[in-house]
Write a protein that binds this ligand. Structure first.
Ligand code: ADP
Length: 384
């Protein structure tokens, strides 16, 4: 049987730009052919993408990152009219994020035509395994029934990738994948992964909840929202915006949302306070998830901060010796290899550093969804 090899164009539509990668994907192998970013989407953007990818290879299929899949999407799906309609229905839950995803899908469908297979991969899907006691908020149940107000969680593709990679590095089966995954980038979230499945995560109905982030507050007393609204003469919507865009590292430091920038200002007390709050919140979540999971085998750092800052990793872990975790300073301070254990061998709770690769997982899911829809590899090759 001929083995399916697909060139997948992976698209990540943000509010003002479209990031792309062309990845050649087969069952057991992958190769990144090219990557880039274009402004806006529409015909011109796709013409530029075609231009930039044409020397790298043909585009066989398109994989889209979609932020919110609501309760409907528990896994990646091939996009048809019905699926697109259901993704649009999730806009209500993610008004800041899903419109860009929908616009990206629509533009790609118009540009490439209905015969080019397209697949949607959701940030929320990996967290569909959360039990009800973890995903419900303790508010009147009817509000969940009426509006589907609940924890969905995000960064699911990153947490899922990290869990898979951890499994390979440690050579353990999925049932023994018991980790706390920490995605620390501009947006930050923690996931409690037991037996390979997400059982809790720090982001909520929107990405605002949980850890301290670049510009997001993360957790706070919900009464603060009405209090700020009253004092500052703001609408609820304005306060939400303030918590999303003027808070977190930026809000506390008054200087920057960028961790690297803050770390360089050692004599700026507020910058250092912001970093301390950031690390403390992560450490608190690790403690909470150790309780939620009944213990874990490892914590895993990923995302721009998690992958690149030995200092932040060490500060987060400092104080977790009681749980059996001691950082190996030598391993923590190098970047080589990029995916590695950074705790001492004697630690009973290990720590790892893993470079996330959401695009690769989107490309793999795209191949899998198309195979599932089209049947055998030969049929697939014939169609494309
Ligand atoms: P996004 O969530 O937008 O994908 P990234 O995952 O790239 O963002 O993370 C961006 C964050 O990573 C920024 O706060 C940046 O300062 C931080 N970062 C990158 N490299 C380092 C480093 N060497 N030390 C500390 N922080 C770093």
């Amino acid at each position: 049987m001929e083995v399916a090899v697909l060139n997948v164009l992976v698209l990540n539509a943000g509010s003002s730009s479209l990031k792309f990668q062309l990845i050649q994907i087969a069952h057991e192998s992958q190769e990144r052919l090219c990557r880039g970013e274009v402004e806006h989407f529409g015909n011109d953007a796709f013409k530029r993408i075609l231009d930039e990818t044409k020397n790298a290879g043909e585009i066989d299929a398109v994989g889209h990152r979609v932020v919110h899949g609501g309760e409907r999407f528990s896994e990646s799906v091939a996009i048809d009219d019905e699926v697109l309609k259901q993704i649009e229905e999730c806009v209500d839950l993610a008004p800041l994020h899903n419109p860009a995803s929908v616009a990206g899908i629509r533009a790609a469908r118009t540009f490439f035509g209905p015969d080019k297979p397209q697949v949607a991969v959701f940030d929320t899907a990996f967290h569909h395994t959360l039990p009800q006691h973890a995903y419900l908020y303790a508010i009147p149940y009817r509000l969940y029934e009426s509006y589907r107000i609940r924890r969905y969680g995000f960064h699911g593709t990153s947490h899922r990738y990290v869990a898979q990679r951890y499994r390979k590095l440690r050579n353990v089966p999925v049932e023994q994948t018991n980790i706390i995954s920490l995605h620390l980038g501009n947006g930050c979230s923690a996931a409690a992964i037991r037996a390979g499945k997400s059982i809790d995560t720090s982001m909520g109905m929107t990405p605002l909840e949980g850890l301290v982030m670049g510009t997001r507050s993360g957790d706070l007393d919900p009464a603060v929202v009405a209090f700020i609204a009253e004092k500052e003469h703001l609408s609820a919507h304005d306060v939400e915006k303030l918590l999303n865009t003027e808070s977190g590292l930026l809000g506390v430091s008054g200087r920057s949302s960028d961790m690297r920038n803050l770390a360089q200002h050692r004599d700026d007390a507020r910058a250092q306070l912001a970093i301390e709050m950031f690390c403390y919140r992560v450490r608190k979540y690790i403690g909470a998830y150790l309780g939620a999971m009944g213990g874990a085998d490892a914590i895993v750092f990923t995302g721009g901060i998690g992958e690149n800052s030995p200092e932040i990793r060490a500060r987060i872990c400092d104080g977790l010796q009681f749980a059996g975790l001691t950082i190996d300073t030598g391993k923590n301070n190098t970047n080589d290899p990029p995916d590695r254990q950074i705790s001492t061998d004697a630690s009973t709770l290990a720590a790892y550093c893993i470079r996330t690769d959401e695009e690769l997982l989107i490309a793999q899911d795209t191949l899998r969804c198309i195979m599932a829809r089209n049947g055998t590899d030969e049929q697939l090759r014939g169609r494309l």
